[in-house]
Structures are given as C-alpha cells and as structure tokens.
Design a protein around this ligand. Structure first.
Ligand code: INI
Length: 175
C-alpha cells in the first residue's frame, strides 16, 4: 500500500468509520408488512400472534387500521414471495415478515414448496433492497411445528425481532 493510500485509510479509520447495528428502539415511524400463508393456519396463526406480541411490546401499532402494519393472507407458503415482492415494490415498508408452515407429508411436495418459498423470499430481499424475514417453519411433523409456534417457544416472536433489527439497521445505514 502506498503512503498516500495508507494515510487515506487511516483518516477514514480514525474519523469516519462507523458501526451499524439495529437498536429495536426507534420504532414509532417504522412500517411493516406481514405476509401469512393460510395452509396449516393452526401454526401460522400462532406465529402471527407471537409476531404481533413482539412488535406491540416494542412500541409498534399492530392494528390493521393503524399506519404501521399491513397484513396480507395468501393460500400457502409457495405464494408468499410473490405477494411479498409486490408489497416491497410499493416502497412503503421498512421490513416484510413472511410467515408460513410447511410440514413434511408422504410425497416430495414438501421439498418443492420449501425450496421455492426459500428461494423466492431470498430473491425479494436482494432484488428490492427491502429487508425480508424468512419466517417459514419447515418441519417433519405437526408436533415439531407446534413446538416452534407456541408449545415450547414461538418463533413468531423471533421473526418480529429480526424485522425490528433489520429495519432499524437499515435506517442507521441510510443516515
Ligand atoms: N403450503 C404450505 O404453506 N405448507 C405446506 O405444508 C404445504 N403442503 O404440504 O402442501 C403447502 N402447499 C400449498 C402450496 O403452498 C401452494 O399454496 C399450492 O401448491 C398452490 O400453489
């Protein structure tokens, strides 16, 4: 490295560098969309409750009539990414949370739904720049799904935390 490049690097290291991280706190101006699969709604409704509980306790107005959270219901996990993309492209949201439950059956259908849901959701985030949370529970049995949606823990809470972290992190970077 040349002396000049070294001096520039030092200058930025000492003066202008930053640590970006979400703070879960400045939530009053954040807007979220939740996309929820109806398939296995015994599970997805519980994930939704966990999510709402977390958002509410972090100061977010979860009322659908309010101006912070919108809800979109889709038939199943396969359709989640398309609707998430449409919502993301409106530019209205700081993060989008995708909720679904794919439970293995006797056929390879499970793998197709999981793979497409995961690929689709990842591509929405990368292609739109809007943080998107992969909240699709994928399990071998209904028992395992229930254990992740309220019986032991509720991953819905974690998904909301991920959305809060990513939304506040992106705000930090934009400042
Ligand atoms: N959708 C789910 O969300 N979970 C599942 O477990 C599931 N299984 O097993 O079939 C499922 N299928 C429906 C799929 O998401 C689409 O709605 C359907 O194929 C129509 O496109």
């Amino acid at each position: 490295m040349s002396i000049f490049a070294h001096q520039i690097r030092q200058k930025y290291l000492l003066v202008n560098m930053a640590i970006f991280e979400g703070n879960f706190q400045d939530t009053s101006n954040l807007r979220f969309a939740l996309v929820i699969g109806r398939f296995n709604d015994l599970i997805t409704n519980k994930l939704l409750s966990g999510c709402q509980d977390c958002l509410k306790r972090h100061g977010v107005d979860i009322n659908p009539e309010g101006n912070q959270v919108d809800y979109a219901w889709v038939p199943g996990s396969f359709e989640v990414s398309l609707v998430a993309k449409k919502l993301a492209l409106t530019g209205r949201y700081d993060a989008i949370i995708c909720l679904g439950a794919v439970i293995r059956g006797d056929t390879p259908h499970f793998d197709y739904v999981c793979n497409e849901a995961a690929k689709g959701i990842a591509s929405v985030g990368l292609n739109t720049g809007v943080p998107i949370v992969f909240g699709i529970v994928t399990t071998d049995t209904m028992q395992q799904a229930l254990e992740r949606a309220g019986i032991k823990s509720n991953l819905g809470w974690n998904y909301a935390m991920n959305a809060l972290e990513m939304a506040t992190l992106m705000k930090q970077i934009e400042k």
